[in-house]
Design a protein. Structure first.
Length: 202
């Protein structure tokens, strides 16, 4: 299958980091297996974020912070039922905070959603990206089980090209994440490496 032409020009590209927050991949994660799988990925995303900022690429962090003690989260999925009580008390400062390996710097945008499984559905993300002239999204973070595939589909449906650095995303178990990249996401996005993205920006 031919790879589409992707333009990573900084003025038209955003680095979107999905749910790399303390409650998800930090030391007190509600999902310890995912946190373990993500541990080697977080420094890679940190390097991408630093390179993006240096090149003038917009960095956007998508986080999940339930409202009203978790009342904004529905309980229709087994995952939500399992961890709803654990994340009900997350705030922007605790649980919803971006992990130190990546950090938030001046010029970054933090978009927190209050409900839903998809990190992009019914959020301001698409409008914000269009308003700053973004056409290509470099998508990183967790997880390859749910959030990354959902975001990839929705970004594509909204007219954005998606680039996924294979060493900048994680799922659990790791071999499943590799299968998702190989057998699903390569049909929806350009799969590459963090070093290739950083070279394009430099």
């Amino acid at each position: 299958m031919p790879r589409p032409e992707v333009n990573l020009a900084p003025e038209h590209t955003a680095l979107v980091v999905v749910e790399c927050q303390a409650g998800t991949v930090g030391a007190d994660s509600a999902l310890p297996d995912l946190a373990a799988a993500a541990a080697p990925v977080l420094p890679v995303i940190g390097r991408l974020a630093q390179a993006a900022r240096k090149a003038g690429v917009r960095v956007v962090h998508l986080t999940y912070v339930p409202a009203f003690g978790g009342l904004s989260t529905n309980k229709t999925t087994p995952l939500q039922q399992a961890i709803g009580a654990l994340n009900a008390g997350w705030t922007a400062e605790r649980g919803g905070n971006v992990v130190d390996e990546i950090g938030v710097e001046e010029g970054d945008l933090v978009l927190s959603r209050r409900s839903g499984m998809s990190p992009t559905h019914s959020t301001e993300l698409f409008a914000v990206l269009r308003n700053v002239g973004v056409r290509t999204v470099v998508l990183t973070g967790v997880s390859l089980n749910v959030a990354i595939p959902s975001a990839t589909v929705e970004l594509g449906d909204e007219g954005f090209s998606v680039v996924i650095p294979r060493d900048g995303v994680a799922g659990t178990p790791p071999q499943y994440g590799e299968s998702v990249l190989r057998y699903a996401l390569r049909f929806l996005a350009t799969i590459t490496t963090a070093d290739d993205v950083i070279r394009a920006w430099s």
